[in-house]
Design a protein around this ligand. Sequence first.
Ligand SMILES: [Zn+2]
Length: 174
Amino acid sequence: MRLHTQPPTHLPAEAPLSERDALYLSQAIRLSQVARERGNRPFGAVVVAADGQLLSEAWNNTGETGDCTGHAETTAIRQLAGKADRATLAQATLYSSGEPCVMCAGAIFWSNIGRVVFGIDAVRLRVFRGERAEQRDAELSCRDVFATSPHSIDCIGPAMLAEASEPHEGFWQA
Ligand SMILES: [Zn+2]
């Protein structure tokens, strides 16, 4: 078993972003700060259509609702119900302050969203999460989930690591 207290030996390289992607990812990161201020884990997400329309935005609300499925990405996807059809979502991008977990990667698949841009990756996040069982994640990369999809899901990240890491500083219990 890998010990998380040891620094990971292989860290994914930071991806450069277009001005547009950087703008929306910043918005998702701002929402992760909102999540934290409201007593939740610091994650945020926004979904943006190809024409730039903001389709939904959400922060992780597991702390304030007690709903363990209230991750930012899954919550943002729930808000799309009745608002955007599958063709629109195929061209849309979900921006997430952190790499989507297995549940959220599954929700992204079911939503038909065709593109994902995320901030801090799960490997770097595990250094913040530490060893406490209730803070650890299921260690399956969203890219491995997306790779099983019959439709393509582009995935860009990690990106804007300095900004995306900031909400996690001092948040997780040692
Ligand atoms: Zn999730």
